[in-house]
Design a protein around this ligand. Sequence first.
Ligand code: HEC
Ligand code: HEC
Length: 143
Amino acid sequence: MRTLTKLMMAIVLATGLAAAANAADVKGLSGSAPTELNAAPPVSTLVETKKWERTFRQQPPMVPHQVDKYQIDIRANECLKCHDWQNAAKEKAPELSESHYKDRDGKQFETVYGGRWFCTNCHAGQTDAKLLIENTFQPGAGR
Ligand code: HEC
Ligand code: HEC
């Protein structure tokens, strides 16, 4: 009986070792084993030199400037200090389009509609971030 137990333990141990060896062969997206500690990838920088063209007509234009200092929360929205219709001309900033003052039924408001409050949900910064995987997307016509 004791020999059988020993034999079974040996099998369990061997299987465990084999599994550990296989884990080292598995490569994560970063190219290293998931158990290895990776250095953080370089932070992508914002491209502020020029405005990027939209890749399709309905695309929210990307933000050509820093946004991390502009607070957006339930009460404050610092983007509006420049982009709201009352301030845009004075700040020489592009004005929010009319769509931002309408609800989903087309009802018009004087102030930005709540569904457009969190600007950065739709407007991402222009960064030089590398593609994680190949992308063959081609810009559409009529931009
Ligand atoms: C201090 C004023 C100021 C503030 C605050 C500001 N912006 Fe801007 N923004 C500008 C100006 C000026 C431009 C035009 C830059 C250019 O033409 O190169 C611009 C451009 C943009 C554009 C591109 C518009 C287009 O037609 O291509 C977007 C999108 C944008 N901002 C979003 C934001 C968001 C989102 C915030 C808040 C997180 C914000 N901005 C805060 C001044 C501001
Ligand atoms: C639900 C997505 C969404 C949200 C939220 C949103 N936008 Fe937009 N925005 C768009 C789209 C789509 C466009 C392009 C089509 C259009 O003009 O309606 C646009 C256009 C713009 C433009 C360009 C206007 C022009 O005439 O070129 C500016 C500037 C802008 N948005 C700023 C903002 C700011 C600031 C906020 C936050 C107060 C905001 N947006 C919130 C989707 C969004």
